[in-house]
Ligand binder design. Structure first.
Ligand SMILES: Cc1cc2nc3c(=O)[nH]c(=O)nc-3n(C[C@H](O)[C@H](O)[C@H](O)COP(=O)(O)O)c2cc1C
Length: 180
């Protein structure tokens, strides 16, 4: 499965790192300008170390990248973590960066498209935009870890959300024990 992983300037870079480590398939990474800043603030890893986990890394300004065209057949796109800014742009059809353009391609070509938003509380505008994206075929998978798995570490909580992303992609994982 060819997966595009897009990192934006919301809190939760570890979700993207764990997803990149878990995806054994072909993976392309795009990091927004504010996503870069969040990596500096939150992650023990550098942008280059995270970039090395993907097969290809594109600059978010690179609108000529192959994935910005509908004829490029990636199978799925995951925006993780997804800022309200990027979510709102995509909901309105704005495609002025490689991330928002590729998201627009994912929607118009009916590819698997997962957004992992993180914000709290949510405004009516955020909720309306999520509803619009859901109606357009996207999966809204909020970064909301559960506690019934009895997480002991932050990584356990990260694994729960990353496991949910893997399940939504239809891929097996050992990130957490499913409820029996
Ligand atoms: C430390 C820090 C944490 C942030 N966390 C969030 C967040 O969790 N969710 C969110 O929607 N925006 C968050 N923001 C704001 C976004 O980074 C900002 O709206 C930015 O324009 C998003 O741009 P992008 O979507 O192109 O990456 C945060 C900003 C900073 C500096």
């Amino acid at each position: 499965m060819r997966v595009v992983v897009a990192v934006t300037g919301a809190s939760g870079i570890d979700y993207a790192v764990t997803l990149l480590k878990t995806l054994g398939e072909e993976k392309t990474l795009i990091v927004s300008e504010h996503g870069r800043r969040l990596i500096e603030i939150e992650s023990a890893l550098s942008l280059d170390e995270i970039g090395a986990m993907a097969n290809v890394r594109y600059d978010d300004n690179d609108l000529e990248a192959a994935i910005s065209s509908g004829s490029n057949e990636f199978d799925a796109m995951v925006i993780v973590p997804c800022s309200m800014s990027t979510l709102s742009k995509v909901a309105c059809g704005i495609a002025d960066t490689l991330i928002t353009r590729t998201a627009s391609v994912a929607l118009k070509e009916d590819r698997k498209f997962i957004l992992v938003p993180r914000e709290t509380p949510l405004s009516k505008i955020h909720i309306d935009n999520m509803s619009k994206l859901k109606d357009a075929g996207a999966v809204i998978l909020p970064a909301m870890p559960a506690f019934y798995t009895k997480p002991k570490t932050i990584q356990d909580m990260v694994n729960f959300i990353t496991g949910k992303i893997m399940e939504s992609l239809g891929l097996d994982h050992q990130l957490y024990e499913k409820w029996e």
